[in-house]
Design a protein around this ligand. Structure first.
Ligand code: TXA
Ligand code: MG
Length: 330
């Protein structure tokens, strides 16, 4: 894991916003206020920055992240809006509502940020500091709540500092957040479903939709206080078509190989396709490549994918969690 020795805190002034945008461009981590809670931001399109974000939060698994954008026009470049999504965005953006929508094919957000899913969570925050930062940065910023995994969401810069000092680059202090609970998450896919209650009341959403929201189910694996209800009808994790063989010490006939590290197993020369999560054995790099490599091997037409062992320390725990799910019989 990348060790960040010093975490700076800056008052939310124009110069601080410019600095924060630069830190994000360089792949760094910046905590900033939104109207709900402080978010821990990273460049959504930079897989390694997103991997460092998971490491900083200490998440045991790669829960998909919310991509924050300046406005509806920016959101439309990332996801497909159906009628319900159009109406909800018109009514509640900017504001504490997150929409889960089908990702567009050319959506630049890293696969790791969406945990390999075909959907993406989008939100236009209603806070001047968040808005100015998004404008200065000029792209989507993924931001989970700026707390360590398992802790409550932070509503002041001091809360963020208590949890994340030494683990992130910069905290932009914009004072206490006013909503104080996270955004409401609504999936607008085949049906509209409430995935997490939050800053916009269910009744207000149902009034705009003109019909009741379906409920998600309550399965979740993050142990966080604010976890959304993982919806039964959504794929809650990425599942390849190919059969996955974990901890492979060799490569068998007809298998593709998902490698890790410099030393390839016996039979590797005969793999129908090989992709390495990180030839130098770096877990941050491996996390950044995890879903895109799995997808690419799956798309190569191989019916079986052999996966080399990945160490369990640092981000390895989350990588192994996801690999185990991908390998689960269906
Ligand atoms: O108010 C908020 O929403 C704050 C501020 C910073 O914007 N953010 C926040 O992020 O609460 P986080 O990561 O703590 O919670 C977002 C939740 C995740 O737990 C994740 O499971 C869910 O949104 N989520 C993200 N993408 C999803 C997807 N494609 N499908 C289903 N759920 C998704
Ligand atoms: Mg959270």
């Amino acid at each position: 894991m990348t060790v960040i020795a010093k975490t700076r805190t800056l008052r939310a002034e124009p110069s601080a916003i410019a600095t924060a945008a630069e830190v994000l461009r360089a792949g760094g981590l910046v905590a900033f206020p939104t109207e709900t809670v402080y978010g821990l931001g990273a460049d959504a399109s930079n897989g390694e920055a997103v991997a460092r974000l998971y490491a900083a939060k200490g998440r045991p698994s790669f829960n998909p992240l919310i991509a924050h954008v300046t406005d509806l026009a920016a959101a439309r470049k990332l996801a497909a809006f159906n009628r319900a999504a159009e109406n909800l965005a018109a009514a509640f953006w900017p504001g504490p509502l997150t929409l889960v929508l089908p990702r567009l094919a050319d959506c630049p957000v890293s696969d790791l940020a969406t945990a390999g899913l075909d959907s993406i969570a989008l939100r236009v925050p209603d806070h001047p500091v968040a808005h100015d930062l998004l404008t200065a940065f000029g792209g989507a910023i993924v931001a989970p709540s700026a707390n360590r995994s398992g802790h409550v969401s932070p509503t002041t810069a001091a809360h963020v500092a208590a949890d994340l000092t030494g683990r992130i680059d910069l905290i932009v202090d914009g004072g206490p957040t006013h909503v104080g609970v996270e955004s409401t998450i609504v999936a607008c896919l085949d049906t509209s479903a409430l995935l997490r209650p939050g800053g916009v009341a269910r009744a207000a959403i149902e009034e705009v939709l003109g019909e009741p929201l379906a409920a998600g189910d309550t399965s979740t694996d993050t142990g966080e206080a604010d976890v959304p209800l993982a919806p039964g009808m959504l794929a809650s994790h990425y599942a390849p078509r190919a059969i996955i063989r974990l901890d492979a010490a060799d490569v068998r006939h007809g298998e593709a190989l998902l490698a890790f590290g410099p030393q390839l197993p016996s039979g590797a020369a005969y793999a129908c396709r090989t992709l390495n999560l990180s030839a130098r054995g770096d877990l941050v790099e491996a996390a950044a490549h995890l879903f895109s490599h799995l997808r690419a091997l799956d798309a190569s037409g191989a019916h079986h994918i052999a996966v080399m062992p990945v160490p369990h320390d640092g981000l390895g725990e989350a990588i192994n969690d996801r690999l185990l799910r991908a390998a689960a019989p269906r």
